[in-house]
Design a protein around this ligand. Structure first.
Ligand code: HAM
Length: 444
């Protein structure tokens, strides 16, 4: 039986990988513009890091983690980046070294979800985490960063959904309000929700089960139980967003699926994309209690993560300059032409010259392919054309004896001879001239 990729895990082949690199490059650029530095944490962490932070009753921890035992440790392949980054923040005492820390990351995450378009078991996130600033302005700036990044990729028609979960007492009061509301109707809720009712009634609001949706829609709203401080914070976030020109809708039904959030919660949806239920490209929020619960000093924090696969679906197609070589270097080997075996001692003079020219071009930053596969010149030129290269450098026995290389402009069907000494410099100059708006610098 053929071995195939694991369900929900995808290969990314070169033309697609090019788009990925663009997303990653734009993300790095935008994040760095806001003062963020890259953090790289391990793919595998202690299972308890995720179960404690994301919450025992979250879908991710209950059903989706890739966990295993090794050398007596219980380990998990990371389902997200926030808990690992916070662990690293505490472990390296970063809070003592700087008042505010801004980190970004990108990389694969793993959740055993049911695969669908935009939902995979290995997926990729780009994300930001900010530690040390409790103020609502940092919440708004975080949302702005995410929004501008998506805009810069050409993704329009975005909606920012905003809510506040409150902090401390507010959450306890809201939990009680939900418990009072859901308990009388417990029998008609899904099994998952009945089980979670006592432990974490907030999860019911986030349930996708049709039996829970209606009840959840009519549940008491968190906005009604926010205390004065929470309310002021929320107003501050909204005010700062408006000042920055970021449109948003307040969405009291937004609870998000993870337990670590306090106060601000947000999601960004790409409405134009054909993503169905997976239109949420970005999710984030404040988590002011995580650092302390990991053994660090009390440190407010906020962050977001976006799914790269979803971004790619939402992104408009842009003309990709394909990874094509600019120069196709051919070694015309008469012996190979005649079907003879190549000299066992090594390579022909033409091949040696072609390899040297290839090395020299690449040193000058020019992408090239060296074709020393042999065959008739006509066949080689056909291959040169098919490669998409702009120029073809031909090295046959005649050229070698004259210490020259024939340079053919494949589009203009023009060719000339260039001295072999210094040929790389001349050819590189022509490639650059073609890449610019200048007309090709080939003398006919
Ligand atoms: P999350 O909402 O679980 O939050 O994931 C964030 C984003 O990752 C989602 O909005 C979605 O675009 C993408 N995503 C999640 N699961 C999948 C999947 N199975 N397949 C494809 N894409 C997926 C977090 O992960 C939090 N760590 C965000 C955060 C950072 N909160 C504070 N800081």
């Amino acid at each position: 039986m053929k071995i195939r990729a694991v369900r929900g895990m995808n290969d990314i082949l070169p033309p697609e990988a090019k788009k990925w690199r663009r997303v990653e490059a734009v993300f790095r650029r935008v994040a760095e513009r806001y003062g963020y530095g890259e953090v790289r944490t391990p793919l595998i962490e202690d299972t308890s890091l995720f179960s404690k932070q994301m919450g025992e009753t979250s879908d991710v921890v209950e059903k989706e983690m890739y966990s295993f035992e090794r050398h007596g440790d219980s380990l998990t392949v990371r389902p997200e980046g926030t808990a690992g980054a916070a662990r690293a923040f505490v472990e390296h005492g970063v809070g003592a070294k700087e008042p505010v820390t801004r980190w970004y990351y990108l990389g694969p995450m793993f959740r055993g979800e049911r695969p669908a378009k935009g939902r995979y078991r290995q997926f990729h996130q780009v994300g930001c985490e900010l530690y040390g600033d409790p103020g609502p302005v940092s919440d708004a700036e975080m949302i702005e960063l995410a929004y501008r990044f998506l805009e810069e990729l050409g993704i329009g028609d975005l909606t920012v959904h905003l809510n506040s979960l409150g902090s401390g007492d507010t959450r306890a009061r809201y939990r009680k309000a939900l418990l009072d509301y859901f308990t009388p109707m417990a029998g008609s809720l899904s099994e998952d929700s009945q089980r979670r009712l006592e432990k974490n009634p907030l999860r019911i609001l986030d349930s996708k089960d049709a039996r829970d949706r209606d009840a959840a829609a009519k549940a008491p709203s968190i906005v009604d139980v926010l205390d004065e401080e929470d309310r002021r914070h929320f107003e501050g976030v909204k005010g700062a967003l408006s000042a920055m020109g970021i449109p948003f809708v307040v969405d009291p039904a937004l609870v998000r699926g993870l337990d670590y959030y306090t106060r601000t919660l947000f999601e960004i949806k790409a409405n134009g994309a054909d993503l169905g239920a997976q239109s949420t490209v970005c999710g984030g929020g404040r988590y002011d209690e995580m650092v302390e619960s990991l053994g660090g000093h009390k440190t407010p924090a906020i962050g977001f993560a976006m799914g790269v696969e979803r971004i790619l679906v939402a992104m408009p197609e842009v003309a990709q300059d394909e990874a094509k070589a600019s120069v196709y270097v051919v070694a015309v080997d008469e012996r190979a032409d005649a079907g003879a075996e190549p000299a066992p001692a090594g390579v022909s003079l033409q091949t040696a010259a072609a390899l040297r020219l290839g090395s020299e071009l690449r040193k000058r930053g020019i992408a090239c392919l060296v074709d020393a596969r042999g065959g008739k010149l006509k066949a080689m030129l056909k291959r040169a054309d098919a490669s998409g290269a702009k120029l073809c450098a031909i090295l046959g026995a005649d050229e070698i004896s004259r210490r020259e290389v024939t340079v053919k402009d494949l589009a203009a069907h023009a060719q000339d001879a260039v001295g072999l000494e210094g040929a790389a410099e001349v050819i590189a100059g022509r490639v650059r001239a073609k890449a610019g708006s200048q007309p090709a610098g080939v003398e006919h």
